[in-house]
Write a protein that binds this ligand. Sequence first.
Ligand code: OOG
Ligand code: NI
Length: 441
Amino acid sequence: MSAFVHPDEIRSRFSAALSAMYRAEVPQYGELLALVSEVNSRVLKADPTGAERLAAAGELARLSEERHGAIRVGTADELATIARAFAVMGMAPVSYYNLAPAGVPVHSTAFRPVEPAALARNPFRVFCSLLRLELIEDEALRAEAAAALARRDIFTPCARTLIETAETAGGLDEDQADRFVSELLETFRWHAQATVSAQTYERLVAAHRLIADVVSFKGPHINHLTPRTLDIDAAQAAMPERGITPKETIEGPPARACPILLRQTSFKALEEAIAFPSGDAVVAGVHTARFGEIEQRGCALTPTGRALYDTALATRDFAALPDDWTALRRNGLAWFRYRATPQGLAARAETADLEDLIALGHVVAEPITYEDFLPVSAAGIFQSNLGAEARGTAYAVDPAKADFEQALGRLVLDEMALYQAEQDASVAATLKALGLTTATA
Ligand code: OOG
Ligand code: NI
């Protein structure tokens, strides 16, 4: 019996292979990686204390490998199978994002690792959207789109077999893991050959550009892969020097001394040559789908903090969100990871109050990084790369989370419960380390 490769390791291999493939397919992505790594080393050099803090929080080691990508699938079966494939790599669906109110006919989740140790190893995430065909008004077109999706299998037979092997055997050995990575990569590959006629494609574009992107090809090509920068304003400003034109504004919260949630910017989708089948011949066309994006991640907010953020975003007034870690913590607005300091471990604890312990220097609280996505930002990213005409009217529909979970074949995890669990576990471990655990256990 050969040993199983750890899911974290399979995820790292897959993320690296996907990055190499995307870099070969989209040269601007390579430019973006170079720019981000330059900005990051400048930031770390200019701020050694900040660099130390990141290293202590386990953020530094993962930074150069950290990516998120996105795909858009067309059917419930595709979504359920991709969920099983991600599970092989230790990734679970977290959160439900409904983009319909923003005029984008999809709903989504993000597959990512959930355990702190797995996140520290490689936090690779994939934002995965399911097309909502029921939002196509034209009945004939809807049927045509459904038929095109029914004809395709976005997975290779070998990928399907290896997913089953991993599920029944409980893991994959070395050879199987490498084969799994290369077979699953096929699902994310770009196909310049459309599977529908130019006429059908045009009708799909007229219904919504995104519908054409999902329906017209053999698979759900990865549409962007995003590195994480430590200074998105600097990276955005440096993009034009490298021949990259960013979208006009950065999505998410404004620049702050204490970064929160997620800030993102992207460059517009490339116009790429594609070919439509036409009898025995092909006709040439162009498609815009693939783009570049960078992100800066800050602290995760509690439900109270998040509600303040959502209001602030709507009113463009962020004054209610204090730009100060202590205030964020004392007001219960953000999530923190607590840790006993060497001084605290050496001292004899006289209080079990966390804030008092922090004031004494016996405990530190580090902000927990936001690992998820923001639906308003995501809608902004979708719209900027789909072209201005995609800024459609809001679809009048219910969130339909239950429909999504039905298609997914399982429930999505609640991001807030994950952050809460991490904070709670750190508090318990800190109190235990200081000998402050009450004798109830
Ligand atoms: C996904 C857009 C959402 C993000 O970073 O918010 C996203 C897509 O265009 O398919 O990736
Ligand atoms: Ni993205």
